[in-house]
Design a protein around this ligand. Structure first.
Ligand SMILES: [Ca+2]
Length: 200
C-alpha cells in the first residue's frame, strides 16, 4: 500500500511540473475599425457604445511554426483548425475605453483543464469588431508568444495584444462565412438568376 501511495505521489508531481502556463494579457494601444486607423476617436471600436470580445487562444508548437487559424463563426468560441480557446473578456465602452484597450491577469491556465500540454505551444490574442462576430466583420490577431512552463513560482509572462503599442491597431482580418453559409447564399443567387431568365 505504501508503495502505491508513493507511486501516486510521484505521478502527481510529474503532472504539476509539466508546464501549466501563467499569462498576463493586455492591449494598451487600443483598436480601430477596419479602414479607420487613426480616425480619433470616432474610428475606434466601441466608440459610441456596445461591447466586444477579447480572447486568449493557444496553438501548438508545430516545429516552431505556429499557425494562427481563421475565425469560424460556427464554433462556440470562434476558433478553427488546431487552435484552442483558453479565455475571454467582454469589453464595454464606459467612455474612457473607446479604443478598447484592456488588461487581464495574471491567470494560470492548466494543462488538465484544456487537455493540452500548453507549455511549448504559442498563445496569442484576438479581438473582434463587436460582441456577435459574423461573416463580413473584422478582427485582429496579436503576435504569438511561446508559452513557458509555470510551476508556481515564476513571474507571469506578458502577452501584448497590440503589435503597435503607441498607435494601436486596425482590425484587418475579414471573417469569411463558412462553406455552408456560402452554399446557402449561392443557392439564393441561383434562384434569382433562374427567375430573371424566366422573366426575360
Ligand atoms: Ca493553429
Amino acid at each position: 500500500m505504501k508503495k502505491l501511495i508513493a507511486v501516486l505521489a510521484l505521478g502527481a508531481m510529474a503532472a504539476t511540473s509539466y508546464g501549466d502556463i501563467n499569462i498576463n494579457w493586455r492591449a494598451l494601444g487600443g483598436f480601430y475599425k477596419n479602414g479607420q486607423f487613426g480616425v480619433d476617436p470616432a474610428g475606434a471600436i466601441l466608440f459610441g457604445g456596445g461591447t466586444t470580445i477579447a480572447q486568449l487562444i493557444w496553438t501548438p508548437f508545430n516545429g516552431g511554426s505556429p499557425t494562427i487559424d481563421a475565425v469560424n463563426v460556427g464554433n462556440p468560441n470562434y476558433v478553427s483548425g488546431d487552435d484552442v480557446f483558453l479565455d475571454s473578456i467582454t469589453l464595454t465602452n464606459p467612455g474612457i475605453g473607446i479604443y478598447a484597450d484592456y488588461a487581464n491577469g495574471p491567470e494560470t491556465y492548466l494543462n488538465s483543464t484544456y487537455g493540452q500540454t500548453l507549455q511549448g505551444g504559442y498563445v496569442y490574442l484576438r479581438i473582434f469588431q463587436d460582441n456577435t462576430p459574423t461573416g463580413g466583420e473584422y478582427y485582429f490577431n496579436g503576435n504569438p508568444l511561446l508559452a513557458n512552463a509555470y510551476t508556481g513560482s515564476e513571474s507571469p509572462q506578458t502577452l501584448e495584444g497590440n503589435t503597435d503599442n503607441v498607435n494601436g491597431n486596425q482590425l484587418n482580418q475579414l471573417i469569411v462565412p463558412e462553406p455552408s453559409v456560402l452554399a446557402f447564399l449561392g443557392a439564393g443567387a441561383l434562384v434569382v438568376a433562374i427567375r430573371r431568365m424566366r422573366k426575360a
